[in-house]
Design a protein around this ligand. Structure first.
Ligand code: FES
Length: 245
């Protein structure tokens, strides 16, 4: 068996195992690297670039870059966090994210990242695109207004559920998540318990009948910022911080 090795993230020496990405090594060491498209149960995809770190001075996606011995990784820096704020602001304006009316509010990774990174309001104009919803399925609905094209549902449906219900169509601004049926989600083999439904980081794919199940005060990110669960693994680490850096 290959031996573990060390690398440095933000000046902290971290032990990694062969085959781990920078993101996986950081998670195991209790160092939070912001991410949206990555999910611990899914193959890395490298779509959102929120996890961009600097490796030996060069920008790399932490979720798709293998950890190697002696790497010097910068993660929590003003420059990289500004880059992340920019990406998240663009996601907010290119979709229709009305958090105050969204049943994922408080449990949404996009919203939680915006709070963690100290985003008050996007610096770009809202585009208010015309997007479609599909409420035909008895257990699940899709609201493409909130989709951030992370591809988690695509990978989960294909690799975990073994169904390939979702995929991308179109390019550039016209890119959308679509379904493996002529027109209706109800005509796909999707089930409410599918991993593809569970892993959506925003309110784009939701189970029906579960809205607002957790009241304000008991939602996932009501008390601790996103990433606090990872940072709690770090021995002697200070409490997770919110706001700008
Ligand atoms: S989390 Fe790495 S590119 Fe999205």
């Amino acid at each position: 068996m290959s031996e573990s090795f060390t690398l440095t993230i933000d000046g902290v020496e971290v032990t990694a195992q062969p085959g781990q990405s920078i993101l996986q090594a950081a998670d195991a060491a209790g160092v939070y690297i912001p991410r949206l498209c990555a999910h611990p149960e899914l193959e890395a995809f490298g779509a959102c670039r929120v996890c961009t770190v600097k490796v030996n001075g060069r920008p790399q996606a932490a979720c798709t870059t293998p950890a190697t011995k002696g790497m010097i990784v910068e993660n929590d820096t003003p420059e990289l966090n500004e880059h992340r704020r920019s990406l998240i602001e663009m996601l907010f304006v290119e979709g229709n994210h009305f958090c105050m009316f969204c049943e994922r509010s408080g449990n949404c990774e996009l919203q939680a990242l915006a709070y963690r990174l100290g985003i008050d309001a996007p610096r770009h104009d809202y585009q208010y695109p015309a997007r479609t919803l599909d409420g035909s399925h008895p257990e699940v609905f899709i609201d493409r207004n909130r989709c951030i094209l992370c591809g988690r549902c695509v990978r989960a449906s294909r690799d975990v559920d073994g169904k390939h219900v979702f995929d991308f169509v179109g390019r550039g601004k016209g890119k959308r998540i679509w379904i493996d049926a002529e027109s209706r989600l109800a005509d796909t083999p999707l089930e409410g318990e599918d991993k593809a439904v569970e892993v959506c980081p925003v309110g784009a794919i939701l189970r029906k009948g579960a809205a607002y199940a957790a009241p304000i005060g008991r939602r996932l990110y009501d008390h601790d910022p996103i990433g606090a669960d990872i940072e709690a693994k770090r021995v002697g680490a200070p409490a997770a911080k919110g706001g700008k850096s």
